[in-house]
Design a protein around this ligand. Structure first.
Ligand code: NAP
Length: 500
């Protein structure tokens, strides 16, 4: 005689953050029948990165039809690489369609989440307290602006702001503007600011490699055809995916022919896209293509060759009340300084006070190194997941595709809880150590350790990326290996005692 299956449990889930991953997670959980979901969002709007980054020129450098949820293709993208505002609208539309927006508690920043015997207690800036069986950190990667450690930073008398905190009240028309930084963000901002400013001075510390893929508009005819036949969208997305997977991703993970191809393209573009030999010399990197994130852009070189733009590469000595003084002693008088100086990539859910088993704080657990198991699990923090954690295959690939894989992986773990397999799941320290070794073993052949400094590297100089191929990652994330976890079932009296 077979015994009846016990009913599936419906866990209480707190999702922290209503950006791309938080929206996705909510939709997937609901699809799986998990309905007790609370999404806590610190801001008054959803959208994460695309809500926060409103600088002129903000766009995604992953093709639009690949930077979409697989279950919600969008025939109406207006460009090959969509603008930030259009991406924000896409997420708002999807969130509305799937009723996610209604479950978001806005203006409610999580200040702490504390674990005790199968339960998380999450406290927020609104002095609310929520209990959850699972917490999913959907807090994003690049959301803590990094301010440069430059002498005199606070002394500047004009307007100064970070690209992720763009001050739209500051009118740049005719102004003397300085931009510090030449990363992916700056490459998008510089051409736009150059059109407005009277004089733009760009302060470059390290040159970058540029891959010249133009951002074409998609015609009404193309959009109509995509609308009429969704298979065309899928085929388009699959083509881009093939290119990223087999060319760009391989070029940075130790596949020589692909790296040679991209190196040649970037070098030829620098040679023929930058006519001025003095500027070209200043813009020539001394590290391998792909060591820093490859910048996909065709507008930066023309902008740097405008008469009202100057590239300063001697280094910054100080920020002064009147502007920026270079290491060569030249003072550049400015009205506005834009800090395009990137983000703190390893902050993740912090500064939240997250405490796992035995009161272990995340700051303490990660004091020496940010470590996870398969980017998702943090040892000592049971029933708690991290989306887009370290060693997710970031690096010129769609974070949406990565998140969908992680979502499915997390769901498979949660389904076991629902079937009463356990009340608590924690990753074994041995599995975390194995994962660290596995990552380390792959890093040596990647270009990220090719002699440059970048946000890809942790404080020990070790990349926080996935060093293998995309198909390998997808395959390994198919099924959680339960041997890597410690699972616990509590006596019901324990749980009742807690609930009391
Ligand atoms: P980033 O790549 O980290 O670049 C920061 C820039 O600031 C670098 O040029 C850096 O110089 C410079 N810098 C930092 N501190 C400095 C200092 N004290 N003095 C002088 N220069 C200083 O940051 P990001 O450009 O914001 O891009 C970060 C990531 O965001 C990208 O790699 C990408 O993943 C994402 N992003 C994506 C898109 C997209 O299209 N999808 C667009 C924008 C951003 P060094 O190079 O010398 O360190």
């Amino acid at each position: 005689m077979t015994l009846p299956e016990p009913a599936l449990r419906n866990p209480r889930v707190v999702i922290i953050g209503a950006g791309m991953t938080g929206i996705l997670m909510t939709i997937k959980l609901r699809e799986a029948g998990i309905t007790d979901i609370r999404i806590l969002e610190k801001a008054s709007q959803l959208g994460g990165t695309w809500r926060e980054n409103t600088y002129p020129g903000v766009a995604c450098d992953i093709p639009s039809h690949m930077y979409t949820y697989s279950f919600e293709p969008n025939p109406d993208w207006s460009k090959q690489f969509a603008d930030g505002a259009e991406i924000q609208q896409y997420f708002e539309r999807v969130a509305r369609k799937y009723g996610v927006s209604n479950s978001v508690q806005f203006n409610e920043a999580v200040v702490s989440s504390v674990y005790q015997r199968g339960k998380w207690t999450v406290k927020t800036s609104q002095h609310n307290s929520y209990e959850a069986d699972f917490v999913i950190n959907c807090t994003g990667i690049l959301h803590h602006p990094a301010l440069p450690d430059i002498q005199g930073l606070d002394s500047f008398r004009g307007a100064m702001f970070h690209t992720a905190r763009w001050d739209h009240d500051v009118d740049l028309r005719g102004k003397r503007v300085g931009i510090i930084g030449t990363g992916s963000t700056a490459a998008q901002v510089i051409p736009e600011v150059a059109k407005l400013a009277g004089q733009l001075t760009v302060f470059q510390r390290t040159p970058q490699w540029l891959l010249p893929i133009p951002n074409r508009s998609l015609s009404e005819r193309t959009k109509k055809r995509l609308r009429e036949n969704p298979n065309r969208i899928r085929r388009r997305a699959a083509r881009y995916q093939w290119m990223l997977q087999n060319l760009l991703t391989k070029a940075v993970t130790g596949h020589k022919p692909q790296n040679a191809l991209f190196s040649a393209i970037c070098k030829l573009y620098l040679r023929f896209g930058m006519r001025d030999p003095v500027l070209r010399a200043k813009l020539t990197p001394d590290y391998k293509v792909g060591c820093k994130r490859i910048i996909i852009n065709t507008t930066l070189y023309p902008a740097l060759q405008r008469n009202n733009v100057e590239l300063v590469d001697c280094g910054i000595a100080a920020i002064t009340p009147a502007g920026i003084r270079g290491q060569d002693g030249v003072e550049h008088e400015l009205d506005v300084i834009v800090l395009s100086t990137g983000f703190h990539p390893t902050a993740y859910m912090r500064p939240m006070d997250m405490r796992g088993k035995n009161g272990l704080s995340i700051d303490e657990a990660w004091r020496h190194k940010v470590q996870t198991y398969r980017s998702v699990f943090m040892p000592g923090f049971p029933n708690n997941f991290l989306m887009l954690g370290p060693n997710t295959p970031i690096g010129n690939y769609s974070v949406i595709a990565m998140s969908e894989v992680q979502c499915d992986y997390i769901l498979k773990v949660m389904q076991r809880w629902r079937r009463h397999d356990f009340d608590e799941i924690d990753v074994k320290p041995s599995a975390v150590a194995w994962f660290a070794d596995y990552m380390k073993a792959g890093m040596g052949k990647t270009v990220w350790v090719g002699g440059c400094n970048s946000w890809y590297l942790d404080p020990d100089g070790e990349p926080i990326l996935w060093p293998y191929t995309w198909p390998q990652w997808e395959k390994e994330m198919q099924e959680p290996n339960m041997a890597d976890f410690t699972t616990t079932k509590f006596e019901s009296s324990d749980i009742e005692e807690q609930a009391a």
